[in-house]
Design a protein around this ligand. Structure first.
Ligand SMILES: [Cu+2]
Length: 174
């Protein structure tokens, strides 16, 4: 009885952990999110007010990297993989999320469930597979398989942070 129940629970938890991979809403030319267990390398990045350490990252095409993101600042920060135009687009979304109270400068704001049910909040959710938000003092992870060589950026798109220098070069070697 106990064994059957815990097996069922484990199955549910596994299903909960992969929906971002299963939904085809986002696809990326430079790779895809992967489960942490597939990572061949772990890279720690410290998020501060307002910068990254290290300031640049080097990976190889075909590599699956688990990024461990440690926020040592007092502010909410993001770790987002993309190119400059993707970051510019995401900054507009973040601005909207902040304006709506979904995000504050230190954390994720209270969602208004009543408003969510009425459509105008529809689709406004920070669930991009190439991005993770890290609250002050917290650690988060993002695992990514880099499919091809290229020049990318890792960035924080919270309003003003990218412009203040919270962006680094991410070089994907062939
Ligand atoms: Cu930031």
């Amino acid at each position: 009885m106990f064994l059957r129940k815990s097996g069922w629970l484990a199955g549910c938890l596994m299903m909960l952990s992969v929906p971002a991979l299963a939904d085809g809403a986002h696809t990326f030319a430079f790779g895809e999110a992967a489960p942490a267990t597939k990572a061949t390398r772990t890279v720690e990045v410290v998020l501060q007010d307002i910068s990254f350490a290290p300031t640049s990252l080097d990976v190889k095409a075909g590599e699956t990297v688990r990024f461990v993101l440690v926020n040592k600042g007092q502010l909410l920060h993001e770790f987002n993989l993309g190119d400059a135009s993707m970051h510019a687009d995401h900054q507009k979304e973040m601005l909207k999320m902040q304006a709506s109270g979904m995000l504050t400068s230190t954390g994720m704001g209270q969602m208004d469930h009543a408003a969510m049910g009425h459509g105008d909040m529809g689709g406004m959710k920070h669930d991009d597979p190439n991005s993770v938000l890290v609250e002050p003092g917290k650690t988060a992870q993002l695992t990514w398989t880099f499919s091809k060589a290229g020049a990318l950026e890792f960035a924080c798109n919270l309003p003003g942070h990218y412009q203040a220098g919270m962006v680094g070069k991410l070089t994907v070697a062939p």
